[in-house]
Design a protein around this ligand. Structure first.
Ligand SMILES: [Fe+2]
Ligand SMILES: [Fe+2]
Length: 741
């Protein structure tokens, strides 16, 4: 449930800050859709971090952020800052171009923006979920997010557009998946702080919905990140309009600043009052603006250093020093082994740089005659391939800048020891996202199916609830697997290499035949129809739950996952209440005279009109939806079974019954069309499986392909698994195995 208290205006005690070295590690963890560390960070610590930012922003700007939610004024501040900062980077770019270092500068600027730009909008990914799937605020946030992801097309997210920028600059080695940027030592720790905080809040939507939207609006108002002013002219073909999160993209749905404002406006229709939500939105905005300023300040200083050849060379030596120090014990430099110099260079590379400049390895001002970048690194040299071509360019530039003694060359500051320590690899010493994290409550596992249904509708989960979900999935799949080899599954025993479309057409024809053959069969009585419709409500009112995991930013724009995200987007009505499947079903049930409590409420889960058994399959959907990676093949199979189940037959038959008693047929009509086998959800489900089978699974050869197909078949059968005693024993066995892991 959303918090109802505003940010305290002053901080008590000592607010913890997200240590930059932890931010890098946190970023890598938070990009993983199944990682649960975000839930372990104490709420007070996140609040403290944001308060720190707000205080700094308030002191700097004089604007009373949380107390005066004047978004227009904050937007004006963001505009002004963005404009000035962009000019500052343009000046830097002009200086770089004059010194023939524009590419160098652009690469560093692009890398410095990468952790944020590669996930542009990702903080919105959990703002919609099953607990709020029919609420205006969730649908507005989902609309904004769908635009960022570029719903309906693979690799169409704003982040994917940024990968092209990095590729054009030839610095994309660590860009995909985004978690790998944490391993890119060219990117400083500080670049991860802001995105890590945004992702962290994004994982806690119940706690931070208004603050996330405030921060989001700030980023869109700022527009194209100012440091990218040093990049634009070098990559003119990039989709710069897509890379500006404030701009509306050229196709539906509506995104950019306008949709961000709409998502904020939709907040006030929720349970909180306008003013309360407004204060929290303003707090998020001001925090983000402060964090952006701090980050940009640091990056600007870093880029100034990039233009200094000596600093660049020093940084390169610092990065290579650890490996290099394992060699060169016998190479003497100014009376000491080079390995000792390198060992010291890990913390301060400038003394070694100064000594190299004096050695006979370097001819000051004359890189073409310096052994360090010629003979030593040639094919026959002792340091062949130790430096990459960009590394050598850095060293040549430094040597070229050294004074020759005959008046040529710039007088570069060789021995400046200002410490600008660079990136740190993520620690392997068992990290917490936050200082002091790790002792948070384990939570309590759901006592029964109804409580599980209630708890699992929330995006954030305590460890005990997650374990419950994992065990439930294992058990359910154990049952789905039981006797599968001996059963006539609709899916063929091996994946057809021509793909699933022909098979799908055949299934559709079978459904139609069954419908025709049962057309004269007796329809259920009115009471029977109402009862079965009501008992299906816990399932249909979380329509799309099995696909929740595919709202993950990278999955939602992947070749396999994009159509699954689009299906989820459809189930929730493309941001429109009138098309929202859970709401349409609620109206059908209401038309039968049954008034159900809100789906996300405890009252719904405890509603006495439901049978306990009506929660069995919904809890499976909710559980497996949390594991889009662990159970990806099973989700793909389940998705196909689900989307295909009613098309052509069941929906048409259900329509007959509904019409007979004068109830709305909208729910079945919309599904018989939207799930269709030619251009609808069933077709997308088949295509997603074909994409998975022909790429991911085929990487491991035939054995891996067959194993993956087996898991897809299990997932398909999981929509309707066997229920005999032996099947339930298989369920229990699979749960036991899951527990012992
Ligand atoms: Fe649906
Ligand atoms: Fe569907």
């Amino acid at each position: 449930m959303p918090r109802t208290t505003a940010w305290p205006e002053t901080s008590k005690g000592h607010p913890a800050e997200l240590d930059p070295t932890r931010a890098r590690t946190a970023y890598a963890a938070l990009v993983d859709p199944e990682d649960t560390q975000a839930e372990a960070v104490p709420l007070a610590e996140i609040l403290a971090e944001i308060r720190t930012g707000i205080r700094a922003g308030t002191e700097r700007s004089g604007v009373e952020g949380p107390a005066a939610p004047d978004l227009a004024e904050l937007c004006g501040q963001a505009d002004a800052w963005s404009h000035q900062e962009t000019l500052r980077y343009r000046e830097l770019a002009a200086r770089a171009a004059a010194g023939d270092a524009d590419l160098l500068l652009a690469r560093s600027a692009a890398l410095g923006c990468a952790p944020l730009a590669l996930l542009s909008g990702a903080w919105l990914q959990w703002l919609s979920g099953m607990a709020n799937a029919d609420e205006v605020s969730a649908l507005a946030a989902l609309t904004l997010y769908a635009s960022d992801v570029g719903v309906g097309h693979p690799r169409n997210s704003r982040g994917a557009a940024y990968v092209h920028v990095l590729q054009a600059l030839r610095v994309a080695e660590f860009a995909v998946p985004a978690a790998r940027t944490a391993l890119d030592l060219r990117i400083r720790d500080e670049a991860f702080s802001l995105p890590a905080m945004l992702l962290l809040m994004g994982r806690r939507p119940d706690d931070f919905h208004p603050e996330i939207l405030g921060a989001d609006l700030c980023l869109r108002q700022v527009g194209l990140l100012p440091p990218l002013a040093a990049v634009t002219s070098l990559v003119p073909a990039a989709a710069w309009d897509v890379l500006d999160p404030g701009q509306v993209r050229s196709h539906e749905p509506l995104g950019g600043v306008a949709a961000s404002h709409a998502a904020i406006a939709a907040l006030s229709t929720g349970v909180e009052g306008d003013q309360e939500a407004g204060r929290r939105v303003a707090a998020g905005f001001l925090w983000a603006l402060t964090a952006l300023r701090d980050w940009s300040e640091g990056l600007h200083a870093e880029l100034v250093d990039v233009l200094d050849p000596a600093r660049q060379a020093a940084e390169l030596i610092r990065l290579r020093a650890r490996e290099g120090s394992q060699y060169h014990q016998k190479f003497d430099l100014a009376g000491r082994p080079l390995s000792t110099w390198l060992q010291e260079a890990r913390t301060d590379p400038f003394p070694l740089l100064a000594e190299l400049a004096r050695s006979n390895l370097v001819k000051p001002g004359r890189p073409e005659r310096s052994p360090l970048v010629n003979g030593l690194v040639s094919e026959r040299g002792s340091m062949f391939r130790v430096f990459s071509e960009p590394d050598l360019a850095v060293l040549r530039r430094w040597i070229g800048s050294l004074p020759t003694g005959d008046g040529e060359g710039a007088a570069a500051p060789v021995a400046d020891r200002r410490d600008r320590s660079g990136g740190t690899r993520p620690g392997s010493d068992g990290f917490g996202l936050w200082p002091g994290t790790g002792s948070s409550a384990d939570g309590t596992a759901p006592a029964d199916l109804r409580e599980a249904y209630f708890l699992l509708q929330r995006r954030s989960q305590q460890p005990a609830v997650r374990r419950y979900a994992l065990e439930y999935v294992h058990g359910w799949l154990g049952r789905a697997r039981h006797g599968l080899a001996r059963t006539d599954s609709p899916l063929p025993p091996r994946w057809p290499e021509e793909g699933l479309r022909p098979w799908l057409a055949g299934q559709h024809e079978q459904h139609a035949e069954q419908f025709e053959s049962t057309a004269q069969a007796e329809l259920p009585s009115r009471e029977e129809l109402i009862e079965s419709t009501v008992q299906l409500a816990p399932l249909t009112m979380i329509d799309g739950a099995w696909l929740q995991g595919f709202t993950d930013y990278e999955l939602a724009s992947s070749d396999i996952g994009y159509s699954l995200f689009e299906t989820y987007w459809d189930e929730l009505g493309n941001g429109r209440l009138a098309l929202n499947h859970p709401l349409i079903y609620r109206e059908l049930v209401a038309g039968m005279g049954v008034d159900l409590p809100p789906t996300g409420s405890a009252e719904f889960a405890r509603w006495p009109g439901f049978l306990d058994g009506s929660f069995e399959l919904p809890v499976f959907w909710l559980s497996i939806g949390r594991f889009p990676q662990t159970f990806q093949p099973e989700v793909l199979g389940l998705n196909l079974a689900m989307e295909l189940s009613g098309v052509g037959g069941t929906y048409r038959r259900a329509r007959l019954g509904l019409r007979k008693y004068g109830f709305s047929t909208r729910f079945v009509d919309i599904h018989n069309t939207i799930d269709n086998v030619a251009t609808g959800h069933s077709a997308w489900a088949a295509d997603a499986i074909d994409s998975f089978m022909s790429s991911a699974a085929s990487n491991g050869g035939e054995f891996a392909r067959d194993a993956a197909w087996g898991r897809i078949r299990e997932g398909y059968r999981a929509l309707n698994p066997p229920t005999g005693i032996h099947a339930w024993l298989a369920d229990r066995r699979a749960r036991r195995v899951s527990r012992s892991r």
